[in-house]
Write a protein that binds this ligand. Sequence first.
Ligand SMILES: Nc1nc2c(ncn2[C@@H]2O[C@H](COP(=O)(O)OP(=O)(O)O)[C@@H](O)[C@H]2O)c(=O)[nH]1
Ligand SMILES: Nc1ncnc2c1ncn2[C@@H]1O[C@H](COP(=O)(O)OP(=O)(O)O)[C@@H](O)[C@H]1O
Length: 399
Amino acid sequence: MGEAPTFILQALQNGTGNGYKSKNGSLETDTIVGDKKYVIGGTAGQTLSAKVQILDLDANRLGEWVNLVELGTKPISCNGHSAVLLKDRILILKKNSKPDDCIWFLEVDTQYVRQQKKILGTEVVAWSKGVVGNAEKPVVISGPSGVGKGTLISMLMKEFPSMFGFSVSHTTRAPRFMEKDGVHYHFTEKNVMEKEIKGGMFLEFASVHGNLYGTSVEAVELVSDAGKRCILDIDVQGARSVRASSLEAMFIFICPPSMEQLEKRLRDRGTETEEQVLKRLRNAQNEIEQGKSSGIFDHILYNDNLEECYENLKKLLGLDGCVTPTKSAPKEINLPRDHSVSKIDDKIIINCSSGLEKESKNLVMLDVSSLKGGAPGRTRGLDFQVMNSFLNGNGNGPI
Ligand SMILES: Nc1nc2c(ncn2[C@@H]2O[C@H](COP(=O)(O)OP(=O)(O)O)[C@@H](O)[C@H]2O)c(=O)[nH]1
Ligand SMILES: Nc1ncnc2c1ncn2[C@@H]1O[C@H](COP(=O)(O)OP(=O)(O)O)[C@@H](O)[C@H]1O
């Protein structure tokens, strides 16, 4: 690896965090974690995402750049940022960015990063977008082909459109008549999907009835970002993987009243060839056994009478009785270009006062004590309060 430019060697002991202009004109921050310095910031068009570099501070390798792999969805460009070191990740506050895009995390020593370091055998950092508030537990629904999962999910989405969102899976199977790309599935090619799986884009994947299916991290996060509870329609292998992942979810298995009924439903649906119907029926027996006995599922529902089964599903989801969706307006922060940051325990104090507006104090306290999730998905559980500020409208910001 090459030597670091002189300006960085000179700044080795700094670790400023609020951003500095390097000699080549880019806006960078440097954060020291153990014997490494994380230099964040871009030269190309001041693109934050373009550059994360690690400089070795170990006496034997002082000033050497370390090879690294950047994982996760990177932030889009911005012209400047602040960086604050938390325990195992660096909080990045993008300047002058959209309210829903100003808080990011660069994970440097989280469990996910440590795992990936082992797998990849190299230094790893992982990006994760910060989101104010928490998401409701996703619901995983599994069951054999033709049991009625899709029908039940459609009923739920139709009755509660603002409460639930569907996780749109990727699949290599061909679209059925009336199925739309991006709505029912993201229809994709096997080699493309395999590449994306290697790149860490998927929460889980499995080979089902001869095709590859998978839930991307983004599919689940997009639903949560919209403030909705995510529904996943995935097979038993996928449910097992989600159970083993860090995603906390509710697991429901749908059982047919009999194999005869299942066969009738599959044939009456008329979407599969005879060969595919036979393959699905062969797999159904094993799936039902797994569903009932694996301990993966929190609840088993029998779909004999559709209306009854739907009522039972609603009960499990707490939707029986009078449902009043309580959706509070999300809080938003809008960080101006000129701000400075300090840290007191788990509280980040952001001073947004600037230049001409010096008299108008505008302090934001960001609470990072209850972070949830993280790379490769979002980091949730952030909270903030505006202190001594002018509030906009109802006090929920943006500031
Ligand atoms: N593991 C996994 N299974 C999936 C995913 N999406 C769909 N499946 C499952 O794949 C199986 C086949 O789905 P599909 O081809 O739509 O057929 P259908 O179940 O007969 O409607 C079903 O058991 C689905 O639950 C996914 O993202 N991951
Ligand atoms: N309780 C039920 N009784 C009779 N037919 C049903 C019932 N539930 C679903 N169906 C029908 O069975 C077929 C398969 O249902 P579907 O929702 O596509 O299953 P899955 O998504 O589990 O493969 C559909 O034609 C659907 O209308």
